[in-house]
Design a protein around this ligand. Structure first.
Ligand code: ATP
Ligand code: ZN
Length: 283
């Protein structure tokens, strides 16, 4: 079978997690920083290491079959590619920001103003939808210094913690869009058996990440209450402990449910609660 090619970021914020995801899928490859391409030894896949901005176009043109890249980069590129799977990392928000002391109260206050951004296409569409006419200054980097230099009155840039904005005397003003890393594919790839296998593996890794394996001890008399609390699990495994009258409950639950329930479980008699990561969940 002919290998598929997947493009991932060569270096930067998405590189490490993209490599880790593929490794967690059981793919065996050398992660040479210096090479453009590496071959997976135990799967029909080759990995191309590229600048993130090039990935959507490479996939659209079929130079790569698949890509892992931020939604912001895909939308800005206007490339026509299929969204195959949201990957849950590289989360960030494209925000409008203005100098701290300016008194913008409403998004309409941007009317007639100038905005510097590396995302002119996304911003242009956003402003059009909101029927705001502002002047867009496309610049390729260090957007946050534009107001200080007198280049623009506002900026539109990627923010995750907001620290860079603050350091440059800016405050976020409105959200334009949110983004995370996405697996994209070229048109017409959907039925490809290599892709189907890869997608299945990726989904089992993602499911496992959101879920924890929990073991807890409880006196038999309290068991009904505990299993009631762990509803939603098809059927927990109950194992007797060496100590008479006690059992261990083994179960798999979404992590977010667990943290909300921990105190209720404890007051219902759960003891020695152990929470473990899961590597894969295959349905
Ligand atoms: P390249 O050299 O590949 O062009 P880059 O400098 O353009 O890299 P990075 O800064 O590595 O890009 O960011 C890659 C992606 O990570 C962004 O496009 C975005 O989707 C995501 N991301 C997550 N958090 C942030 C953040 N705080 N700032 C910028 N990007 C972020
Ligand atoms: Zn880039």
């Amino acid at each position: 079978m002919k290998n598929l090619k997947i493009a991932i970021q060569k270096s930067g914020r998405l590189n490490e997690k993209s490599v880790q995801l593929l490794k967690n899928c059981g793919l065996d490859f050398e992660n040479y920083k210096s090479s453009l391409i590496t071959i997976v030894s135990n799967f029909n896949l080759e990995i191309l290491f590229l600048r993130d901005d090039d990935i959507p176009d490479y996939v659209e043109q079929g130079i790569a079959d698949l890509g892992i890249v931020g939604e912001n980069v895909i939308d800005e590129s206007l490339a026509k590619v299929d969204y195959l799977q949201r990957l849950g990392f590289g989360k960030c928000t494209l925000k409008l920001a203005v100098p701290k002391d300016s008194n913008f109260n409403d998004i309409k206050d941007l009317d007639g103003k100038s905005i510097a951004t590396s995302y002119p296409n996304i911003l242009g569409k956003f402003l059009k939808d909101k029927q705001i006419s502002a002047e867009i200054h496309p610049i390729s980097g260090s957007v946050e210094i534009a107001p200080g230099l007198g280049l623009s009155e506002a900026i539109c840039d990627i923010v995750s913690t907001g620290g860079t904005l603050k350091n440059n005397g800016l405050k976020p003003f409105a959200d334009v869009s949110t983004s995370e890393a996405i697996l994209i594919g070229r048109a017409g790839l959907a039925e490809n058996p290599i892709l189907c296998e890869l997608l299945q593996r990726i989904q089992s890794v993602l499911r496992a990440k959101e879920t924890k394996y929990v073991v807890l001890n409880v006196e038999k008399t309290n068991l009904p209450q505990i299993t009631e609390l762990l509803q939603g699990v098809k059927s927990p495994t109950i194992v007797p402990l060496a100590e008479e009258g006690w059992v261990a409950v083994h179960t798999v639950i979404p992590e977010e449910d667990f943290w909300g329930k921990i105190n209720t479980l404890k007051s219902a008699g759960a003891q020695g609660i152990v929470v473990m990561p899961i590597e894969k969940i295959i349905l």
